[in-house]
Design a protein around this ligand. Structure first.
Ligand SMILES: [Zn+2]
Ligand SMILES: [Zn+2]
Length: 430
C-alpha cells in the first residue's frame, strides 16, 4: 500500500507543504536577475546610515507601489512596509530586509563604489554598505515583484518590511534598532510568521546556512564599579584596594564560562574591555570602573550568566571589604529560530538550493536585530552565500571592513528561497 500512496501524495502538489507555485517562482526570479543587480548597485553607490535611509526608502516605496502593493512609509523613521493581499484567504507572512549602511570607507575598486562621506561621532568617514544590506533590499524588492505577479494564487498575504537601523542608533540618550522600533509601532500584530536572510561574504554563492533555536547571540553591555577606600600606596592596610579587587573579579568572571555554563549546549562570552582606576603610582584609588560585553544564547542562559556575574562581582568585593555595583544593559536579544517553523522549512531550503548546499551553522556570537521580531512571532533567519565560488573564506574580507565584497551570483537563490518560504508556509496553513 505504501508504495502506491506515496507517489499519489507527491503528485497532488501541495503535499508536505510543497507549493505548486515553485516553478513559476523560479522562472520569474531568474527573469528579473539583472534588474535586481542594477537596484543593488544603485543602492550600494548611495549608502545611507541608520535612520537616514530616505533615498533607499523612496526607491523601495516607488517600486512596491508600481506593483500595486499597499505601502506605509515613515514607520520607525524611514521604514517602508508593504502589504500584498493574496487572492485567497490565509496567513500573513512577513519578509524583512534592512536598509542601513555603516561608517566605513570603501576600498573595493568597483564601478559602483561608494564615495559618500559623512561626519560620524565627530569623525570624518566614508559611508559603505559594508554588511551587505544593499543586497537584502534589492533581493526583497525582487521577491515583491515575483509574488505580486502571482497574487491571485496566493493563499494568504505578504508583508514586506524594509527597516532602518539594523546596526543600531547609539546617540547620547538614544539606543535603539529599527526592528525594535517597528515592533513597538505594531508591525508584527497581524503577522503569523516572519522570514529573513543575511548575505555572507564568507559563504560560497549557492549555499544557504541555518540553525534551529538560538542562532545568534544576545548582546548586553556590562559595567562594574568597585568601590574601595582610598589610601597611600605605601600603606595599603589603611584602605581597601579596588584595583586588586577588580583584578580578582575579572579572573572570577571567566569561571562562569568554564564552570557554570553548559558548553555542550551553547557557548557564551564575557569580555571585560576596559578598566579604569587610579591616577598615580603611590595612591590607591577610591574606585575602579570596568566595562565589557556579554554574549549569550537564549533567555535561560542569559539569565544564568547575568546572575553569576552579579554574584561573583558582589561577593568577591564583599570578601575584600569593598562594594561592587553591577549594571547590565540589555541590547539585542538572542536571534532564536523557532524550532518547529525551522524544521518545517528545511524542505523549502533544500528545494531552493539543493540538499548538498545547505549548511547547519554553528552559533554566531554576533547579533542581529531580527531577534526583536522573533520575540513576537515565530521566525526564521537564514544565511545566504555571497562569496565567489571557490573563494577561501579565511582570506575573504569580513563584514564591516573596507574590503567587504559580495558576489552577485546568489541573488536569484535569495529571491527563490524567500518566495518558497512564503508559498510553502501558506500551503501548510490551509
Ligand atoms: Zn552588520
Ligand atoms: Zn548586517
Amino acid at each position: 500500500m505504501r508504495k502506491l500512496i506515496l507517489p499519489l501524495l507527491l503528485i497532488s502538489g501541495t503535499a508536505f507543504g510543497q507549493s505548486k507555485l515553485r516553478p513559476a517562482i523560479d522562472q520569474k526570479a531568474a527573469s528579473i536577475e539583472s534588474k535586481v543587480i542594477e537596484w543593488r548597485r544603485d543602492i550600494h553607490q548611495n549608502p545611507e546610515l541608520g535612520n537616514n535611509e530616505f533615498r533607499t526608502a523612496k526607491k523601495v516605496a516607488d517600486h512596491l507601489r508600481s506593483l500595486g502593493i499597499e505601502v506605509t512609509e515613515g514607520m520607525a523613521v524611514t521604514g517602508v512596509v508593504g502589504v500584498l493581499k493574496g487572492g485567497k484567504p490565509g496567513p500573513m507572512v512577513a519578509l524583512r530586509a534592512d536598509m542601513d549602511a555603516l561608517p566605513v570607507t570603501e576600498r573595493v575598486d568597483l564601478p559602483f563604489k561608494s564615495t559618500v562621506t559623512t561626519t560620524y561621532n565627530g569623525q570624518e568617514t566614508g559611508v559603505m554598505h559594508a554588511c551587505g544590506h544593499d543586497t537584502h533590499v534589492a533581493i526583497l524588492m525582487g521577491v515583491a515583484e515575483v509574488l505580486a505577479g502571482m497574487r491571485d494564487q496566493l493563499e494568504g498575504s505578504v508583508k514586506f518590511i524594509f527597516q532602518p537601523a539594523e546596526e543600531g542608533i547609539y546617540e547620547p540618550g538614544v539606543t535603539t534598532w529599527g526592528a525594535k522600533q517597528l515592533v513597538e509601532e505594531g508591525v508584527m500584530k497581524d503577522v503569523d510568521a516572519i522570514f529573513g536572510l543575511h548575505i555572507s561574504s564568507q559563504t560560497e554563492v549557492g549555499k544557504i546556512g541555518y540553525r534551529s533555536g538560538p542562532a545568534q547571540a544576545a548582546v548586553d553591555n556590562l559595567e562594574i564599579i568597585v568601590h574601595g577606600t582610598q589610601a597611600h600606596g605605601a600603606s595599603p592596610w589603611s584602605g581597601v584596594d579596588p584595583i586588586v579587587t577588580a583584578s580578582q573579579i575579572v579572573t572570577g568572571l571567566q569561571t562562569i564560562l568554564s564552570r557554570s555554563v553548559n558548553i555542550t549546549q551553547n557557548p557564551a562570552v564575557v569580555t571585560v574591555g576596559a578598566i579604569h582606576g587610579g591616577i598615580r603610582h603611590n595612591i590607591i584609588p577610591e574606585k575602579v570602573e570596568m566595562i565589557g560585553t556579554i554574549r549569550t544564547f537564549g533567555d535561560e542562559q542569559q539569565a544564568l550568566v547575568h546572575k553569576r556575574i552579579t554574584e561573583i562581582a558582589t561577593n568577591i568585593a564583599e570578601s575584600a571589604g569593598a562594594r561592587a555595583e553591577v549594571n547590565i544593559q540589555k541590547l539585542y536579544p538572542s536571534t532564536v529560530n523557532d524550532p518547529e517553523l525551522t524544521s518545517k522549512m528545511v524542505a523549502s531550503m533544500e528545494a531552493a538550493a539543493g540538499k548538498e548546499n545547505i549548511n547547519y551553522n554553528p552559533p554566531v556570537t554576533g547579533a542581529e536585530d531580527f531577534s526583536f521580531y522573533q520575540r513576537e512571532k515565530p521566525g526564521l533567519f537564514i544565511g545566504l552565500g555571497g562569496m565567489k565560488k571557490g573563494g577561501d573564506p579565511t582570506k575573504t574580507p569580513s563584514h564591516h571592513t573596507p574590503d567587504f565584497y559580495i558576489d552577485e551570483g546568489g541573488f536569484v537563490l535569495g529571491m527563490r528561497v524567500l518566495s518558497y518560504f512564503v508559498v510553502d508556509y501558506m500551503g501548510m496553513k490551509k
